[in-house]
Ligand binder design. Structure first.
Ligand code: SF4
Ligand code: SF4
Length: 290
């Protein structure tokens, strides 16, 4: 089935990075340990029919979110913006409605399983995998959220790009957790994971968090990547406004949980709650004074 209609519809919504992946994803030969925060586990990470019976294809969309570096910040770039869990599904639902007018059944996924979504984006010809484990788009780099509409319509798939990351090693060298080795990734000492970890942290884990000023997330392996230099600012209006670059102890401490949700409920870090943010602030402050 020709796919111009859905790519045109996406373009009308301002989404210029749209591709089609077949529902039959290649399962990687080597499986890396799955981060406990990943929402998809086991078979459903690769088998789209486990998410949507009779799924035949996925319309995959990138949502670039790059904004120029703030002068001073303690939040990773995606955390400075409105929560993509609120923004992305609204666009996907509109695309699903267009598909539904042609028949079939659709299901929108956004952050259902990060690995599947990166793999879907590669299969849909939207980019290539970096050694930093990010999906890299040739123009927008790796600062992109990925969403997809699974469909039972027999859409013709696109072809993966014939490109690779430069394997320059910059991400491996800068990584505060030392968790990128030989193209593999070990989430256990990834600062991004540790800043979200709820369980008590070991001294080694705290030391990883304290190595850079961010209190939620980590952008180091993206910040230094040559594919992320001189990239355009996000074209998505929701990601160009209402930016929050600093979160201070004084802002958080007096808030009740209800007040915290009212103030920060639209931010990607809010699901983890105030307590973990305050813990991370203390760890970073003890080391950097920030
Ligand atoms: S920093 Fe270098 S090795 Fe790492 S993803 Fe980017 S190009 Fe690849
Ligand atoms: S997010 Fe940070 S800690 Fe995790 S792999 Fe990248 S540089 Fe390393």
């Amino acid at each position: 089935m020709n796919t111009d209609f859905i790519k045109d519809a996406a373009r009308r919504l301002g989404l210029t990075c749209t591709g089609i992946a077949s529902a039959h994803l290649p399962v990687p030969e080597t499986q890396q340990p799955v981060c406990p925060l990943a929402s998809g586990k086991g078979r459903e990470r690769y088998d789209l029919t486990a998410l949507l019976p009779h799924c035949q294809a996925a319309v995959v969309v990138l949502f670039p979110y790059y904004n120029p570096d703030a002068e001073k910040t303690n939040l990773s770039l995606y955390c400075q913006l409105e929560d993509y869990h609120l923004v992305v599904p609204a666009y996907l639902e509109k695309l699903a409605a267009v598909l539904s007018s042609y028949g079939g059944t659709q299901r929108c996924i956004a952050d259902t399983s990060p690995l599947t979504e990166r793999l879907l984006a590669v299969e849909a010809g939207l980019g290539f995998m970096g050694d930093n484990q990010c999906l890299i788009h040739p123009m927008y780099g790796s600062y992109c959220f990925i969403g997809a509409v699974l469909t039972t319509l027999p859409l013709a798939p696109d072809t993966p790009m014939d490109r690779e990351c430069l394997h320059c090693g910059a991400c491996r060298r800068i990584c505060p957790g030392g968790c990128l080795t030989d193209g593999a990734y070990d989430y256990r000492l990834c600062k991004s994971y540790l800043t979200q970890k709820k369980e008590e942290l070991t001294d080694t884990e705290k030391a990883v968090i304290a190595r850079t000023p961010l209190i939620f997330g980590c952008d180091e392996c993206q910040r230094v990547c040559p594919h992320n230099q001189d990239i355009p600012i996000t074209p998505i209006p929701e990601f160009r406004q209402n930016r929050l670059t600093m979160l201070k102890k004084d802002d958080l401490e007096p808030l009740t949980n209800r007040q915290f949700r009212a103030a920060y409920g639209n931010r990607p870090f809010s699901w983890r709650g105030k307590k973990i943010l305050l813990r991370n602030l203390d760890i970073v402050h003890a080391k950097t004074g920030l």
